[in-house]
Ligand binder design. Structure first.
Ligand SMILES: *[C@@H]1O[C@H](CO)[C@@H](O)[C@H](O)[C@H]1NC(C)=O
Ligand SMILES: *[C@@H]1O[C@H](CO)[C@@H](O)[C@H](O)[C@H]1NC(C)=O
Ligand SMILES: *[C@@H]1O[C@H](CO)[C@@H](O)[C@H](O)[C@H]1NC(C)=O
Ligand SMILES: *[C@@H]1O[C@H](CO)[C@@H](O)[C@H](O)[C@H]1NC(C)=O
Ligand SMILES: *[C@@H]1O[C@H](CO)[C@@H](O)[C@H](O)[C@H]1NC(C)=O
Length: 340
């Protein structure tokens, strides 16, 4: 048979059909059919195995979103931090999470809400510092410290944390090193919370205003990305950005594309997708997050105040131009949408 295959390669039967090659063709076909049969048998056995696992998992947990990760990776951990003793909570399981988002999508507000839970520590934007995201190994080292509960921030609750994580922006090494990060997350059972904003035009206003404030420092000479009073909010929103209406459609498309790319890169992780607007409109949605992290239900609160409120026409200097360039496009809903 080995010789036959050898001849098949050597004689190029397609060009010179003969009795010998028709025999070869039949043998090849037979081998092909056998391989197919074996493969199908293999797939069947695999499916029978995994469906048994799914049945078991369904009976054990009420949460319906089951990913491959959930079936194969332990989602609860019992870290033994180097820097302190977990004391009476040493026997409590800990879950790992990461909030993946983009700047000005409400993640600061969302994180303060989560941190109002006694058993949750979300340690902020730890990868805003460049040296921590220099290369994959510095990223993974940082992650190890966070998930071992050896990371200290104003949010860390240490002993009795039942969920620990941080927020991570796409442009902080996350997309660049996505392959290694996904591998880490799936290996260590890190759950991903995607947080996006539906109205990307409102997000753009916030991005412009925030980068303007970085220089203008409207609040007594200090730059603020988040505020805690209406007075501060109205000062910050007094700046009305000019939006480049020529590049607007392609700029919005670029943001949409990076959201789609991130979702596809991290699709194999255990994840949940949240939208800022939905959380603002419906506080019950936050309980979905607690359920996703299997934390005891609690009322979550934040003292942060929204900076940009009211219709967009009041927030953009060249509103007419912006309106004209989005009218009739698939981004039309961004201009007609009244709040948030
Ligand atoms: C990765 O970055 C860290 C911190 O910046 C540095 O100390 C280390 O040498 C780098 N490692 C590699 C393999 O480049
Ligand atoms: C939450 O924290 C409290 C102490 O603040 C602790 O008694 C309790 O066991 C913790 N719950 C979980 C699920 O870890
Ligand atoms: C800014 O200054 C005003 C008055 O000068 C004061 O009332 C306000 O508290 C200050 N705000 C901040 C954020 O320091
Ligand atoms: C607006 O965007 C266009 C296209 O990218 C660019 O050519 C132009 O310089 C921009 N205008 C301003 C004011 O930035
Ligand atoms: C609010 O969110 C909860 C949880 O996701 C959902 O069950 C409920 O239907 C939502 N309510 C409204 C009015 O959309």
């Amino acid at each position: 048979m080995v010789e036959a295959v050898y001849h098949l390669c050597k004689d190029s039967p397609i060009i010179k059909p003969s009795k010998k090659t028709s025999l070869l063709f039949r043998i090849t076909f037979l081998v092909f059919a056998m391989v197919c049969g074996l493969y199908m048998l293999f797939v069947c056995v695999q499916q029978m195995r995994s469906s048994r696992i799914i049945d078991k998992d369904m009976m054990e947990g009420p949460f319906p979103r089951i990913s491959l990760t959930e079936l194969t990776v332990p989602l609860v951990h019992y870290p033994t931090p180097k820097t302190f003793n977990r004391c009476e909570c040493a026997k409590n399981p800990v879950r790992f999470f990461a909030i993946l988002s983009m700047q000005r999508s409400g993640s600061g507000w969302f994180e303060t809400l989560l941190n109002s839970h006694t058993n949750l520590s979300s340690n902020g934007e730890i990868f805003s510092q460049r040296e921590r995201r220099q290369n994959l190994s510095s990223i993974l080292q940082t992650l190890d410290r966070v998930y071992n509960l050896d990371w200290f921030s104003s949010a860390s609750k240490n002993e009795c944390s039942a969920a620990v994580g941080f927020k991570w922006m796409f442009n902080q090494g996350l997309i660049e090193h996505h392959e290694g990060i996904v591998e880490y997350m799936n290996r260590r059972g890190v759950s991903v919370i995607f947080l996006f904003r539906r109205n990307l035009l409102r997000r753009m206003v916030s991005v412009h205003a925030n980068s303007y404030d970085r220089y203008a420092k409207l609040l007594n000479g200090t730059h603020k990305s988040h505020v805690h009073s209406e007075e501060e909010a109205s000062k910050l929103s007094s700046y009305k950005p000019v939006i480049n209406s020529t590049s607007l459609v392609s700029d919005l498309k670029a943001v949409e594309d990076s959201v789609a790319r991130a979702l596809s890169y991290f699709s194999s992780t255990r994840h949940i997708v949240l939208y800022y607007e939905d959380l603002v409109r419906n506080k019950t949605k936050l309980q979905d997050v607690l359920e996703f992290l299997k934390l005891p239900r609690r009322e979550l609160t934040s003292h942060q105040v929204k900076i940009h409120k009211g219709p967009l026409s009041d927030l953009i200097s060249n509103w007419d131009e912006v309106h004209r360039s989005l009218d009739g496009t698939r981004y039309e809903s961004f201009i007609n949408n009244r709040d948030y």
